[in-house]
Design a protein around this ligand. Structure first.
Ligand SMILES: *[C@@H]1O[C@H](CO)[C@@H](O)[C@H](O)[C@H]1NC(C)=O
Ligand SMILES: *[C@@H]1O[C@H](CO)[C@@H](O)[C@H](O)[C@H]1NC(C)=O
Ligand SMILES: *[C@@H]1O[C@H](CO)[C@@H](O)[C@H](O)[C@H]1NC(C)=O
Length: 338
């Protein structure tokens, strides 16, 4: 009841300020009648007006645009032919299903600067009008939100309450866990029930929520495969998911440092898609830089892009094939060169 009263007050403030005040001056019957009619019409549309200005858990604010995601992945993400294909298929399949059996769980793997965070942003933008700024998108970074081992019991109950509270508010909520490899297995365990095939849990259905895990786990294996292809003179686009799956699952299963280990996310098949991100080459850095220039409203200049790309560090030492930091540092480099 309370918020509704506040909204009515808001409506009154809207009507009683600005343009209307002038008309009120000489109060005549016609104007009074006119005002009553206006008010009625306003009240009828007031709810829509309210939804228009305030982010709500409604299709006006949350609706998946497949074209937008497809176009963004093609135009803005570079060197990730496997990731881009899986992401589009996974998100599109999930969002077009009116009655999913479980929430969508994506696990993005790869070295720093390869585009994991960026893709997450593109997904959010294709679903929420407000993108990453949406009140329905929640980001947790292990070292930031859960830094102290002594606090794990508190973190656990807090995290569970947050997930439950937010999904109760809006079933189309998105939860992003950055640095998943640094997250304690107990904490991972505590979110497991929400990822599973339950119709409802304590009266709340989590089946329309989206969980995205980001980690470096398996990054070394992915790099090795990419390097093997490069050394064999094979085209990078020939790398297929099955070439990476082995090293990816080995790393995720066997790395006893990683939070994935012990957490039975894997053996219970709660993760729907493991998405590998390849290390980026010189040409991709040039593409990222040109895209960044365009985004800033600058004229894309290949010479500048080459300077930025040449300035980065590449590995392995002898071959210098892959950018150590991917596209991550080009923003500051670009400031320097433009
Ligand atoms: C979906 O995205 C495309 C490309 O960004 C855009 O042209 C189109 O207007 C969007 N559709 C809706 C319904 O917002
Ligand atoms: C939703 O999650 C945020 C953290 O992202 C938290 O601060 C907030 O309290 C949660 N809301 C509810 C209703 O639990
Ligand atoms: C992790 O694995 C290594 C070798 O695979 C082993 O030496 C080490 O004891 C393990 N650590 C833990 C905590 O199990």
């Amino acid at each position: 009841m309370k918020p509704r009263k506040r909204h009515v007050l808001l409506l009154w403030m809207l009507i009683c300020s600005g343009a209307m005040t002038e008309a009120i001056e000489p109060i005549s019957t016609t104007i009074a009648v006119g005002m009553a009619a206006t008010l009625t019409a306003f009240l009828a549309s007031y709810q829509n007006l309210f939804y228009y200005f305030n982010e709500c858990c409604r299709p006006e604010w949350i609706s998946f645009n497949r074209t937008a995601l497809d176009v963004d992945l093609q135009r803005k993400l570079f060197g990730q032919h496997i990731a881009s294909r899986i992401i589009l298929k996974a998100v599109n399949g999930f969002m077009s299903n009116e009655n999913p059996k479980k929430p969508l769980v994506l696990s993005l793997h790869g070295w720093t600067g390869t585009g994991k965070n960026f893709v997450t942003k593109l997904i959010a933008e294709s679903i929420y009008k407000e993108g990453m700024g949406s009140g329905f998108v929640h980001v947790f970074t292990s070292t930031l939100h859960f830094p102290h081992p002594s606090q794990y019991p508190t973190y656990k109950s807090q995290l569970q309450q947050w997930i439950k509270g937010n999904v109760t508010n809006c079933e189309r909520s998105m939860f992003i866990f950055d640095e998943m490899d640094k997250m304690h297995p107990d904490l991972i365990d505590c979110i497991k029930p929400y990822l599973d095939y339950y119709d409802k849990l304590d009266g709340v259905s989590y089946r329309k929520a989206i969980f995205i895990f980001l980690s470096n786990t398996g990054g070394d294996g992915i790099i090795q495969t990419a390097l093997d292809f490069w050394k064999a003179g094979r085209n990078r686009e020939e790398i297929e998911l099955k070439d990476l799956e082995m090293s990816l699952s080995l790393a995720v299963f066997n790395n006893n440092q990683s939070g994935f280990y012990r957490a039975s996310l894997i053996d219970k098949n709660l993760v729907d898609f493991f998405v590998p991100f390849l290390p980026l080459e010189y040409q991709h850095i040039v593409q990222c830089t040109l895209a960044e220039m365009e985004a800033r409203g600058l004229r894309p200049d290949r010479d500048v892009a080459n300077m930025v790309a040449k300035d980065l560090v590449y590995f392995p030492k002898s071959e210098r094939v892959f950018s150590v930091k991917g596209c991550k540092t080009i923003v500051s480099k670009l400031d320097y060169y433009t």
